[in-house]
Design a protein around this ligand. Structure first.
Ligand code: CMX
Length: 474
C-alpha cells in the first residue's frame, strides 16, 4: 500500500514537473518570440500599420473638407512655396526651428538615439528605426537592424559593370544614379506587381526593396569614389562596423572621428520633410507605383541640382576659390568684396538661403558644434565662421532674399575636407546615400497607407488671365 502511494505521489510529482517544464519552455519560447519580434523592424511595422490606416481613414471621413489655406497666383507662379499639398509622416520642418524627425529635433536625436559609445553621434540605423516606427529604438534594436542591413549589402556584379561603362570623369552623381538604376534589376516590388500582388500588400515588397536599397547604396557610392579617386582600389565591407562607420571605412577613412562625422552626416541629411526636390520627386515617381529603386534614382537626379544637394559640392569649391584668390587669412573687407563679386556675376552664394527655413539651419549648427569639438583650428572652418558674419547682412541688403542664413550645405564640406575627403564633386553622393533613409522610409508608409497617384492640376497663362479677369469683374 505504502509502495503504491509512494509510486503515485512520485508520478504526480513527475507529471507536475513535466507540466512546469513545458510551461517554462512555452514561456521561454514566448519571451524569445517577443524579443525577436521586438528586435525585428518588419514585425514592428506590421503592428503599426493597421492603426495608422485607421487614423488616415478617420481624417478623410471626418475632416476631408477642412481648408488648409488659399492658393494664390503667386504660389502657382512661385514654385508652390507656402502651398500645403503633401502628406509626409517621417519629418516636419518648422521655418524657425528647423527639422524634427518624428517630433524630435536634431539635439534631441543626438541625446536619445543610440550611439557606438555613450555621448557619441547617433547611429543612422537608429534614425531609420525612428522614421519608420515613430519610436526611439533601444541599442539592441539598432544592432539588430545594423546586422540586417549588413546581410542585405551584397551588390551584383552587373551594377559595377554598368558604372564602369561610363567614363571615369562622369560626374559622381551620374555614376551613382546609374548604379542605383542597375540595382533595380533585383526589385521585389516589380516582380510582385508582375505576378499580381493585392494592393493591400504593396508595402511588403516596398519594405524589402527599401531595406536592400538602403543597405546597398553605401557600397555603390564607395565604389564610385574608389573608382574615380583611388585607381579602382575597392575596399570590402567590414562586418564588425555599423552603417556609418562601414561607409567611412569603404571610402577609405578609418579615423574614428571621421566615422563619427559620417554617422552625424548621414543622420542629419536623411530627411527634410516632403516638399524638397529630392524627397518630392521620390514620392511623386513612387505614386505611379514605380518601385523604390526607380523612385530613388529619380530623387537623386533632383538632388544633383546646384540649388539643392549639389550645393554640398558648390560650397567647398566656392570657399576654395575664395582662398585661391585672397589666401586663408582673408580680411572681412576682402570677404565682403568676394561675396559681392559672386552676386554681381549673377550667381548665388552657395550654402545660404532656403525655400522654407527662415533661421540658421540646425543642421548647420550641429556641424559647427562638431567642428568646435574636433577641428577648432582648421583654417577653412574659421573661414566658414567668418562667412556666417559676412554673408547674411549682404543677402539682407539685396532686399529679395527671404532667408539670409546658412543652410546644411554651408558647413559639411569643410568637415569632410578636414578628414581628407577633399574631392568636393563627390559630396552630393554622400547626401544621396543619406537621403535613401528618409525617402525610402516614407515610401514604405506611402504604400502602407495606400496613398494615391499624385496629380495636381496645372493651368496656362491664358487660363490665369481669364480667371483673374473674371474675379476682378465679379
Ligand atoms: N545667394 C544669392 N541670391 C539668393 C540666395 C543666395 N544664397 N538665396 C536666395 N537668393 C535669391 C533668389 O535667387 C531669388 O532671386 P530672384 O528673385 O532674382 O530669382 C530671391 O533671392 C528670392 O529667393 P528666396 O525666395 O529667398 O529663395 P528660394 O526659395 O527661391 O530659393 C534656395 C531657395 C535654397 C534655392 C536659394 O536660397 C539659393 O539659391 N541658395 C543657394 C543655393 C543653396 O545653398 N542651396 C541649398 C539649399 C539646401 C539644400 O536643398 O540642400
Amino acid at each position: 500500500m505504502v509502495f503504491f502511494r509512494t509510486v503515485s505521489a512520485l508520478s504526480r510529482l513527475r507529471s507536475r514537473a513535466a507540466e512546469q517544464q513545458s510551461a517554462l519552455r512555452n514561456s521561454v519560447r514566448w519571451l524569445q518570440m517577443q524579443s525577436s519580434s521586438d528586435l525585428d523592424l518588419h514585425s514592428q511595422l506590421k503592428e503599426l500599420i493597421p492603426e495608422q490606416q485607421e487614423r488616415l481613414k478617420k481624417l478623410k471621413s471626418e475632416h476631408g473638407k477642412v481648408q488648409l489655406g488659399n492658393i494664390t497666383v503667386d504660389m502657382v507662379l512661385g514654385g508652390m512655396r507656402g502651398m500645403t499639398g503633401l502628406l509626409w509622416e517621417t519629418s516636419l520642418l518648422d521655418p524657425d526651428e528647423g527639422i524634427r524627425f518624428r517630433g524630435l529635433s536634431i539635439p534631441e536625436c543626438q541625446k536619445l538615439l543610440p550611439a557606438v559609445k555613450p555621448g557619441g553621434e547617433p547611429l543612422p540605423e537608429g534614425l531609420l528605426w525612428l522614421l519608420l516606427t515613430g519610436k526611439v529604438p533601444s541599442k539592441e534594436q539598432v544592432d539588430a537592424l545594423s546586422s540586417e542591413l549588413r546581410s542585405r549589402a551584397a551588390v551584383p556584379d552587373y551594377v559595377y559593370k554598368a558604372i564602369d561603362a561610363l567614363p571615369v570623369t562622369a560626374h559622381p552623381m551620374t555614376q551613382f544614379a546609374t548604379g542605383v538604376m542597375a540595382l533595380q534589376v533585383q526589385s521585389q516590388f516589380q516582380k510582385a506587381y508582375e505576378k499580381g500582388i493585392h494592393k493591400s500588400k504593396y508595402w511588403e515588397p516596398t519594405y524589402e526593396d527599401s531595406l536592400s536599397l538602403i543597405a546597398r547604396v553605401p557600397v555603390v557610392a564607395a565604389y564610385v569614389y574608389r573608382r574615380m579617386y583611388k585607381s579602382g582600389d575597392v575596399i570590402p565591407t567590414n562586418d564588425s562596423l555599423d552603417y556609418g562607420g562601414n561607409f567611412s571605412h569603404m571610402l577609405g577613412f578609418d579615423d574614428p572621428k571621421m566615422q563619427e562625422l559620417m554617422r552625424l552626416y548621414v543622420t542629419i541629411h536623411s530627411d527634410h520633410e516632403g516638399g524638397n526636390v529630392s524627397a518630392h520627386t521620390g514620392h511623386l515617381v513612387a505614386s505611379a507605383l514605380s518601385d523604390p529603386y526607380l523612385s530613388f534614382a529619380a530623387a537623386l537626379n533632383g538632388l544633383a541640382g546646384p540649388l539643392h544637394g549639389l550645393a554640398n559640392q558648390e560650397v567647398l569649391l566656392w570657399i576654395k576659390s575664395v582662398v585661391d584668390e585672397c589666401g586663408e587669412n582673408i580680411s572681412t573687407e576682402q570677404l565682403k568684396d568676394y561675396v559681392w563679386k559672386t552676386l554681381n556675376s549673377g550667381k548665388v552664394v552657395p550654402g545660404f538661403g532656403h525655400g522654407v527655413l527662415r533661421k540658421t539651419d540646425p543642421r548647420y549648427t550641429c556641424q559647427r558644434e562638431f567642428a568646435l569639438k574636433h577641428l577648432p583650428d582648421d583654417p577653412l572652418f574659421q573661414l566658414v565662421s567668418k562667412l556666417y558674419e559676412v554673408v547674411p547682412p549682404i543677402l539682407t541688403e539685396l532686399g529679395k532674399v527671404k532667408n539670409p542664413w546658412p543652410n546644411v550645405d554651408a558647413h559639411s564640406g569643410v568637415l569632410l575636407n578636414h578628414f581628407g575627403l577633399t574631392e568636393a564633386r563627390y559630396y552630393t553622393v554622400l547626401f544621396g546615400v543619406s537621403r535613401s533613409i528618409g525617402i525610402c522610409s516614407q515610401l514604405i508608409w506611402d504604400r502602407a497607407l495606400g496613398l494615391p497617384l499624385e496629380r495636381p492640376k496645372s493651368v496656362t497663362m491664358d487660363w490665369l488671365e481669364n480667371y483673374c479677369g473674371k474675379v476682378a469683374s465679379a
